[in-house]
Structures are given as structure tokens and as C-alpha cells.
Design a protein around this ligand. Sequence first.
Ligand code: COS
Length: 386
Amino acid sequence: MDLSLSEEQEAFRALARDFLEREAVPHRQQWDRDESVDLAIIPKMAEIGFFGLTIPEEYGGLGGDYATYVLGMEELGRADSALRGIVSVSNGLVGKSILGFGTEEQKQEWLPGIATATKLGCFGLTEPGTGSDAGNLTTRAVRDGGDYVLTGQKLFITNGTWADVALVFARTSDDGPRGVTAFLVPTGADGFEAREIKGKLGLRGQATAELFLEGVRVPASARLGEEGQGFKIAMSSLDKGRVSVAAGCVGLVQACLESSVAYARERTQFGREIAGFQLVQEMIADISLDADAARLLVWRAADLLDRGRAGTAEFRVAASKAKLYASEAAVRAANHCIQVYGGAGYVDEYPAAKYLRDARVMTLYEGTSQIQKLLIGRAETGISAF
Ligand code: COS
């Protein structure tokens, strides 16, 4: 076992960190207040290669392994979780689904744009009535000659108002999860509307939308995979997506650690720096331990992907464990960070409050902590408790 990084991986991490320290960290507070990142950051991120990681060079990507991908997601999470979400959804949930399940034409049509961020993708699974119970979604796709006509609503869709293509999961038959089919829907199609959801607690820099599909007509060539294969496509995308979320959470924990240490060294009380108090060091030790533990779970999951184990029960449960642990760790770390900052942690002049607001959604989306526990429990016992 060798947990050291290759020269290329170290170089990418250094490049990513340097870029984000210059281009993201100084602006994240303003983006958070504006409820939108400056979209000019997206082509700059594409130049670094964030959107093309793990997409093969023949489709305009950088290629690269998952170990490098999670390093990139960690750096994004350390700088600004809102940016990490934009990349994870477009490159990860959408790009990798097209790569894994698309026809050659679909790959040629969408991947070069996604890999260079001239096109963004969004992932349309969640609906007002179905979050955890994704297999019961109600958006319909009805076959009409050579087309499908889609009608329904999607909720909490990252990139929704910015995306060029929506990966929409819709019901083609009433057979529960087996009746779900995936479609690549251009967001400019007639009958497609995205409305931004404002007022989020965190991740305010990224667009989150409600999608409305009113008789959206797409050709059969827009279907991703076979009829009835959609739920499996969604689940296998989410397995990888959970690793991406977890990697972003590692970055958040790391940011909380660095920020807590810096502030504790600077702030004095009772005539000495607060970093010298045992109870402050206890919080810093807890964050440091969580950063390492979460990172190791993420690296294990990435390593399984790099060894071609996607789709195995071993990988799925490793992804759930990484996501569960890292997301809960991010909330713990951000809470500690605020505690170290004291009153200063409660105002947005310092980053601690944003860390907590951004961390809080991590235990909810791409499968709640409860769903991850049920998946791990099912893997251990062989009994489905859903
Ligand atoms: N990869 C591939 N296929 C999978 C899979 C996976 N990870 N998980 C399940 N499947 C397949 C199953 O093998 C089964 O196939 P068959 O019909 O051929 O037997 C089918 O999908 C249905 O699986 P299952 O019975 O486990 O479905 P459930 O309805 O019990 O749902 C949970 C399982 C709850 C785990 C799933 O709905 C889930 O992950 N929910 C959370 C959704 C989520 O993360 N939403 C966030 C969206 S992004 S913000």
C-alpha cells in the first residue's frame, strides 16, 4: 500500500490551490452575498482542467485518474464549496453518465463542451414529491412516433438556470424504479423552464433551480441508455457523485482546520494566544483527525474507481461511507471553527459562518446521512430496510 501522490498529482493539486487562492478565495464572500459566483470564473476553472478531469482526451477532457479528480474536488471544497458543486454536477453527475451510458453520437455532442465548460449540465432527479424515494419519481416521458414528450417538475437542481443540457429522469412505465428512463434534454427546448430558488442557507454562489417540463419534445436519440435503465444510471452516477461530495467535504474540513489554527494563533485572551488553551486544542485536534479520516475514506473510494471497481458492491458501500463520514465531519468541523472564532465566527466578515452554512447541505443532498446508513446496513446484513 502506497498513499503517496505521484508527481503529476502533486503538481495538479499545487496548480489548483494556487489558482483558487488567487481567483476564488478573495471573492467568495462577495459571491455568497450576491447569491452568485461571477460566471467569468467558469472558463478560468476550465483552463485549469477542473471540468475535464477523468473525461478522456478524445472527448476534449484531460483524462486523468480519480485520485487526481478527488484532489481537485478537495481543493475546490477548501476554497469555495459553491464552485465544487458546479463542477461536480456538470463534469461528474452529467458528464460521467454520458461517458458511461451514452452512444458515440451523444458523447461527441456533449462531452467536449462539458469538458471545457462551454456547456454546463444539470442533473434532474429530485422532484417535489420524491427526494430519498427517487425510484417513485412522477415526471413522465411518453413515446410519440420518433420522439418522447416529457412533462413534470424537478426540484433543487444545481446549475439548473445555467445549464445547457439537463439529464432528466422520467417515467416511461409504471414499474417503480424499473420504469425510469434517462434523457438528455437541451434546456433551450420548447416547454422547458428553469426558475432559480433564492434564499438558500448555504452554497449561495451556485444556482439552484426548479425545473418545469411542459410537453418537452425530444427525439429518441436523446434517450440515455435503454428504456427502464434510468434508475440504474441515476444510482451509479450518484455512487460516484457521493465520492465527489465527500472529497469536497474533506476540503471544507481542511479549510476549517487551517482557519481555526490561524485565528487561534492570532486571538489573545487571558493574556495569551487562545491556541495555547487545551480546550481550544481539543477542537483543533478533532478537526485534524476528521480531515485525515475523511480523506482516507475518499482516497479508498477513488482507488477502487481507478482499479475498475465501479459498479461493485464494494465500491458502492465505500462511496456511502466516504459521503456519510465526510459530510458529517464537515458539519462538526465548521461548528468547531465557529466555536474557535467565538463571536467573530457568527458574522460573515470571517469565513467560519460560510463554512457552516455550506457544510449543512452536505448531509442532505446526493443521499441523506440516513440513506447512506441504510445502504451500509443493507450491505452488512443483506436485508433491505427501506
Ligand atoms: N447502481 C446500480 N444499480 C442500482 C444501484 C446502484 N448503486 N442501487 C440500486 N440499483 C438497482 C437495483 O439493483 C435494482 O435493480 P433490479 O430492479 O434489476 O433489481 C433497482 O436499481 C432498484 O433498486 P432498489 O430496490 O435498491 O431501489 P429502492 O427504491 O429501494 O431505492 C435507494 C434505493 C433508497 C438507495 C435509492 O432510491 C437512493 O439512493 N435514494 C437517494 C436518492 C438520492 O441520493 N437523491 C439525491 C439526488 S441528487 S441531490
